[in-house]
Design a protein around this ligand. Structure first.
Ligand SMILES: NC(=O)c1ccc[n+]([C@@H]2O[C@H](COP(=O)([O-])OP(=O)(O)OC[C@H]3O[C@@H](n4cnc5c(N)ncnc54)[C@H](OP(=O)(O)O)[C@@H]3O)[C@@H](O)[C@H]2O)c1
Length: 334
């Protein structure tokens, strides 16, 4: 079997396989179905799986890992496995318990990467309306974030997390973390697709020696309804993407993934269909975009954020823009 290419993590020299399988079932795909996709993906050649405790399927995925690794079919060392700490477990004692539960559920001795999923302790009941505001939600608190980061540094020290990192961050928040961290983040996971290219944040991560994992690389067509608005655009319907897909005789999804790897992102598309799991892998392994095609897609950015995080807003906040520090400074209480 031809091996998938890798991207180097600057802080350690470790190699991240340049495509991973996402495992967020978007509230409508069962844990068993996701676990089955993981099983199929590994047998097809995927060597990178993106997990999170909040996806509610780590126990089912763990059974697959145990089966695959104990059969000797593939060695644990050959698969990059990411986990994420959910917002309701940032307090140190809770973070330690949650990390241990993830290791137990996934049936692993260590994770390749452990991320703080969102830089807020704000959370919400499942299926909460996007207009609801938790009375306990607050703007970003750097003291609290660092308290949680110190716990991730412990996991790194003990070797139970080979890398630690962040997700859903802004440059302003990362600057504070880089200033105060004893162990700097090795990886940042962020939304990245042709209509949402986040160039400044991506370049900032690279300049600060972070590898970048790109989530929702196909524009998350089946994301939960709470994350959809009338202003959202559809990457795979973009005329430039469709035309280039015709030239390569592939689905537009493949073009989004070829564009991602051409930009040194590590895309983590989710699929539950064997055909799509295979064609996504194929897309990053063969028939790359020409420099001209990459350039054309670089020019179709619409700054269209799909995973807006409205449910994490606090009382008094205006709208989701307050979460993302778009003016270069961190929103404070109103
Ligand atoms: N860090 C974070 O906060 C964060 C946030 C969001 C997502 N993520 C991670 O990123 C992963 C991917 O993001 P996502 O699931 O939002 O969106 P995505 O990967 O952009 O899109 C997934 C959807 O695209 C469809 N699809 C996949 N391959 C296809 C193909 N070849 N042709 C046509 N359709 C195809 C899938 O449907 P089928 O099943 O029918 O193929 C699936 O519903 C998640 O699963 C999760 O692991 C992380």
């Amino acid at each position: 079997m031809k091996h998938v290419s890798t991207i180097t993590v600057p802080s350690s020299g470790a190699q991240i396989p340049s495509i991973g399988l996402g495992t967020f079932g978007s509230d409508h795909i069962s844990p068993e179905q996701i676990a089955q996709s993981v099983r199929f993906a590994i047998s097809a050649g995927y060597r990178h799986i993106d997990c999170a405790s909040v996806y509610g399927n780590e126990a089912e995925i763990g059974k697959v890992f145990e089966e695959v690794f104990s059969s000797g079919e593939i060695s644990r060392e050959d698969v990059w496995i990411t986990g994420k700490l959910w917002n309701d477990a940032h307090a140190p004692e809770h973070a330690r318990k949650s990390f241990q539960k993830t290791l137990n559920d996934l049936r692993l001795d260590y994770l390749d990467l452990y991320l703080i999923h969102w830089p807020f302790r704000n959370h919400h009941p499942p299926h909460a309306s996007v207009d609801s505001r938790s009375p306990n939600a607050t703007p970003y608190r750097h003291d609290q974030f660092m308290e949680t980061w110190r716990v991730l540094e412990e996991f790194s020290d003990s070797g139970h997390a080979r890398h630690i990192g962040t997700s859903n961050m802004s440059i302003a928040k990362l600057e504070l973390l880089l200033r105060d961290a004893r162990i700097r983040p090795s990886v940042n996971e962020m939304e990245l697709h042709p209509h949402f290219q986040q160039r400044k944040l991506f370049d900032f991560c690279k300049a600060n020696e972070m590898a970048v994992i790109g989530y929702s690389p196909l524009g998350s067509p089946n994301r939960p309804d709470r994350d959809k608005t009338d202003l959202d655009t559809v990457d795979m319907d973009d005329p430039v993407i469709r035309r280039i897909a015709e030239t390569h005789n592939v689905h537009p999804a493949a073009i989004c993934l070829k564009w991602a790897v051409a930009n040194q992102h590590v895309p983590i598309p989710l699929s539950t269909k064997e055909k799509n799991i295979l064609s996504n892998l194929e897309a990053v392994m063969n028939d790359p975009l020409t420099a001209e095609e990459k350039k054309e897609i670089d020019q179709i950015d619409r700054n269209c954020r799909l995973i807006k995080g409205q449910v994490f807003l606090w009382e008094g906040a205006d709208d989701y823009h307050d979460l993302w520090d778009e003016q270069g400074f961190i929103a404070q209480s109103y």
